[in-house]
Design a binder for this molecule. Structure first.
Ligand SMILES: *[C@@H]1O[C@H](CO)[C@@H](O)[C@H](O)[C@H]1NC(C)=O
Ligand SMILES: [Ca+2]
Ligand SMILES: [Ca+2]
Ligand SMILES: [Ca+2]
Length: 144
């Protein structure tokens, strides 16, 4: 089975089929499966770092808003607004750069029970709520 290697790959895949992430728990689990590279049921801090490295086009160790949104909209222009909302969620420090400080704090947001690791359930729960809260940005009904 083909693995999804990045959040945006999943987003692109989903959209190439239909512009709809529902059911959200299914999309969230697909994201988890594509992000849990070693398949141990945990989305580790290292795995998070691996994800974001893919967006760092100029390799300076930080992901700018432009780098991230370009990465997403190149494959799926319909996700322009959603990509910006996701970036705002990742950019915990709000300085328009994603770096290790954001990754630490974002990881902590996912880690609901604060035990230092993000389980499948924690990850899926977080993303279902995010899909719900941003529904107006990746809405359905945009067929074709
Ligand atoms: C995710 O992976 C698990 C375990 O390998 C599998 O049972 C589940 O069906 C997968 N979920 C999706 C949505 O593909
Ligand atoms: Ca893992
Ligand atoms: Ca930041
Ligand atoms: Ca946890």
């Amino acid at each position: 089975m083909e693995k999804f290697v990045a959040f945006v790959c999943l987003l692109g895949f989903a959209l190439s089929v239909v512009v709809d992430f529902r059911p959200y728990d299914h999309s969230a689990e697909l994201l988890f499966n594509g992000s849990d590279f070693n398949h141990d049921g945990i989305f580790s801090r290292d795995e998070l770092e691996q994800e974001f490295k893919k967006y760092d086009a100029d390799g300076d160790g930080r992901v700018s808003r432009h780098e991230y949104t370009t990465y997403v909209t190149t494959t799926t222009p319909e996700l322009h607004d959603f990509a910006h909302a996701l970036y705002d969620d990742y950019d915990v420090t709000g300085d328009h750069h994603l770096d290790h400080v954001d990754y630490d704090q974002y990881y902590a947001k996912l880690d609901a029970d604060v035990d230092g690791s993000v389980t499948r359930a924690e990850f899926v729960d977080y993303w279902v709520k995010l899909f719900q809260a941003t529904e107006h940005l990746h809405g359905h009904g945009h067929h074709g």
